[in-house]
Write a protein that binds this ligand. Structure first.
Ligand code: NDP
Ligand code: OXD
Length: 325
């Protein structure tokens, strides 16, 4: 049986198999959702469900959800579910769009740029070895407006990141699928402009969705276009990088490359991966922008209300299955 009262049929069903399950339940209940929590739902209750909230839906469940009007994902990226054949193609797929994740991502990227450009790891090593490494930056900190940062993807993550970097004076540019105008950020778009974009990036930030078009995009060709001494910062998905190509680029004394990544393929990163202890890699364990449960739950309830009132759901929350994001 669901957690709803006997005379109120559940309208939303939650399936969550990770540690945040209880938090989702509490936050959705706080917002007065008539919520059932899988597997505690009976045959009749399946019929009243109009929104299924999930990440890895159990197979076979969709046959029972005969009145389903939306599948609401628990996160921003949709790559793990977009090809799931169980999800009916006629039912809209909704993702968490921003819900303050953009600012969290922006903070992580700003850290990655500053940590690298200001050589903070060298200072940390110096602290550990009790050395006063005052000459590390040659007594000449570079001004931010001499440092170019290019962002691949200018969606809910990319825009906030562009704004945060612009506010600090960095020279910010972007690369998108279709031409995008965002404040004063120079934009490049499409494959035809990728090389021109990459060639002017000292810091290349990947905030793309993982789709067939973007999988493996950070490969030896792209890396060869980067200026000497560049840093790749990946906050999106490990599948964007060809790991062997990255390692060759990092090991090439002529490229002087550096990698900061929050994501790997697979995750967790196997202990055998050379990325773990590579001296030119800085790794965080997919923590750049956690889904904030209270804000995301509020967004889900707004979506549910839009469906009930036959109002439009903001387009950036609706996954375009053709485009794959
Ligand atoms: P959005 O869908 O809002 O934006 C995607 C952007 O990527 C758009 O600007 C889009 O271009 C661009 N893009 C997509 N395909 C291509 C392509 N083939 N060529 C060029 N540009 C392309 O996504 P979000 O900003 O919300 O999220 C991006 C990704 O970040 C997620 O898919 C997820 O994988 C990752 N993520 C990682 C987190 C973490 O903690 N590490 C947390 C949250 C998200 P256009 O504007 O033309 O459509
Ligand atoms: C997401 C993520 O896509 O956390 O939400 O990566």
């Amino acid at each position: 049986m669901s957690t709803t009262s006997a005379d109120t049929k559940p309208t939303a069903l939650l399936h969550c198999d990770n540690v945040l399950k209880q938090s989702w339940i509490e936050n959705l209940n706080r917002l007065n959702v008539n919520l059932a929590v899988w597997p505690d739902i009976d045959e009749e209750e399946y019929k009243s469900i109009i929104m299924f909230i999930c990440w890895n839906p159990p197979s076979g469940i969709f046959k029972q959800l005969t009145n389903l009007r939306a599948v609401q994902l628990l996160g921003a990226g949709v790559d793990s579910v977009i090809d799931n054949p169980d999800i009916p193609s006629t039912v809209p797929l909704l993702r968490v769009a921003d819900a303050s994740m953009g600012r969290r991502m922006a903070t992580w990227v700003v850290w990655a740029v500053i940590n690298t450009s200001r050589k903070m790891d060298v200072y940390l090593d110096g602290q550990h070895s009790k050395e006063w490494l005052k000459q590390t930056e040659g007594f000449n900190n570079r001004d931010n407006d001499t440092i170019s940062v290019g962002i691949m993807g200018l969606g809910t993550m990319g825009r906030e990141t562009a704004d945060a970097l612009t506010a600090l004076g960095f020279l910010v540019s972007s690369w998108t699928r279709s031409p995008r105008r965002h404040r004063n950020v120079e934009n490049f778009s499409g494959r035809s402009e990728l090389k021109k974009f990459v060639q002017q990036c000292e810091y290349l930030v990947c905030l793309l969705p993982l789709t067939p078009e973007t999988e493996g995009i950070i490969d030896r060709h792209l890396l060869s276009w980067l200026p000497c001494g560049s840093t790749v910062i990946n906050g999106a998905r490990g599948g964007h990088m060809v790991e062997d190509d990255i390692l060759n680029w990092l090991d090439d004394p002529e490229t002087e490359g550096y990698l900061v990544t929050d994501v790997t393929c697979p995750e967790p990163l196997p202990v055998s991966s050379k990325l773990w202890d590579h001296p030119k890699v800085r790794l965080t364990p997919h923590v750049a922008a956690f889904t904030p449960v209270p804000q995301a739950a509020a967004q889900m309830v707004e979506n549910l209300n839009c469906i009930l009132r036959q109002e439009e759901i903001p387009s950036e929350r609706i996954v375009d299955r053709q485009k794959g994001y």
